[in-house]
Design a protein around this ligand. Structure first.
Ligand SMILES: *[C@@H]1O[C@H](CO)[C@@H](O)[C@H](O)[C@H]1NC(C)=O
Ligand SMILES: *[C@@H]1O[C@H](CO)[C@@H](O)[C@H](O)[C@H]1NC(C)=O
Length: 125
């Protein structure tokens, strides 16, 4: 079983010109400390044909987002988790994540085949 944990991290800073949702910035200002937004990916590979990926979003130690692996959609765990993204922007983000998970699994499986790795290991990052 291959288990991959991937962590994507960014800081939410007031005045930073990003698409960071207003709610995140308000939360940041209230806390008066730098909060990081992290996206965590866990992928498991049982063999060459079976893989499963999970994703979640974290603001500090608060989980704000999840990933519905069946529907391939973002789960918003707080009323403000949508941020200021429009429906179209969220749809585009979901498509991007769907493509990412799909491609990631394909690439890992292809690489394991290329190097003739037995696809049963655990990796953490
Ligand atoms: C691959 O692993 C899955 C999940 O453990 C299992 O259900 C499936 O039978 C396995 N397939 C092969 C070809 O070993
Ligand atoms: C986000 O939306 C709120 C209310 O809809 C608005 O007041 C705020 O200015 C928006 N923030 C950004 C960064 O667009």
């Amino acid at each position: 079983m291959l288990l991959l944990f991937l962590l994507f991290e960014g800081l939410c800073c007031p005045g930073e010109n990003t698409a960071a949702p207003q709610a995140l910035q308000s939360y940041h200002l209230a806390a008066e400390e730098q909060l990081s937004f992290r996206m965590l990916q866990t992928s498991s590979f049982a063999n060459h044909s079976w893989a499963h990926s999970e994703g979640s979003g974290w603001l500090g130690d608060l989980q704000t987002h999840g990933w519905d692996t069946v529907l391939g959609t973002i789960r918003f765990l707080k009323p403000w988790s949508h941020g200021n993204f429009s429906k179209q922007e969220l749809k585009n983000l979901q498509s991007l994540f769907q493509l990412y998970f799909h491609s990631f699994i394909r690439i890992v499986q292809a690489s394991a085949g290329q190097f003739q790795l037995e696809c049963k290991f655990v990796a953490l990052s």
